[in-house]
Design a protein around this ligand. Structure first.
Ligand code: GDP
Length: 196
């Protein structure tokens, strides 16, 4: 359970404020409302480590949490919330792009997508920014408890087929914070990235 006991370290709002790289970073990204905060809280076994957003788009920060193993969980701002002014939207897209393209100690990206709406254009944008660095992406299809068993299997297969056309370093799984489905699979994947 590598995310257990994650401890808050710092929040930043602009790339100039990024802390000096210290330890491998695992970033969590996702569309606003995809279930990213819930996934982080479930994996960390903490009720409100990441704030489940009441007003999406209000506080758009990158939050850093230190894990027991010394690595860092990085909670990236949720994207794609419609009611955000254009200048603010551009500002966090810039922050996300900078972080995903340039952060040298970022070893992998956990991409959170609602299993009912996977691979939106902005999800593909995150993938496009990150893939050239050659590091792996692990996609969680969240809220899979809302799908029937057959729908979930079909969604998983189709998203796997789709990402295989983008590159070999993208893996995909089903996940539910509500039913605690898929926790070991993501823990195992990330532990592998960290060589634990
Ligand atoms: P974020 O904006 O990506 O951080 O999304 P949140 O974690 O705040 O979740 C958005 C909404 O989806 C909330 O109402 C959650 O209760 C709900 N939600 C999140 N994960 C799950 C899940 O696994 N199953 C179900 N049924 N609902 C979920």
């Amino acid at each position: 359970p590598i995310f257990r006991n994650a401890r808050f370290e710092i929040s930043i709002a602009k790339s100039g404020d990024l802390p000096p790289p210290q330890g491998a970073e695992i970033a969590f990204a996702g569309r606003s409302n995809a279930g990213k905060s819930s996934a982080i809280n479930t994996l960390a076994d903490h009720t409100r480590l990441a704030f489940v957003s009441k007003t999406p788009g209000r506080t758009q920060l990158i939050n850093f949490f230190r894990l027991d193993c010394g690595a860092v969980l990085v909670d990236l701002p949720g994207y794609g919330y419609a009611k955000v002014p254009e200048n603010i939207r551009r500002q966090w897209q810039g922050l996300l792009e900078h972080y995903l393209r340039k952060r040298e100690n970022l070893v992998g990206l956990v991409l959170i997508m609602d299993s009912r709406h996977p691979l939106t254009p902005l999800d593909r944008q995150m993938i496009d920014w990150f893939v050239p660095g050659g590091r792996p992406i692990h996609a969680l299809l969240t809220k899979c408890d809302k799908l029937s068993r057959n729908e979930a299997a079909a969604t998983l297969a189709s998203v796997r087929r789709e990402v295989a056309t983008i590159g070999p370093q993208i893996s995909v799984q089903l996940f539910s914070s509500l039913k605690k489905i898929g926790m070991e699979e993501v823990e195992h994947k990330v532990a592998g990235w960290l060589c634990l």
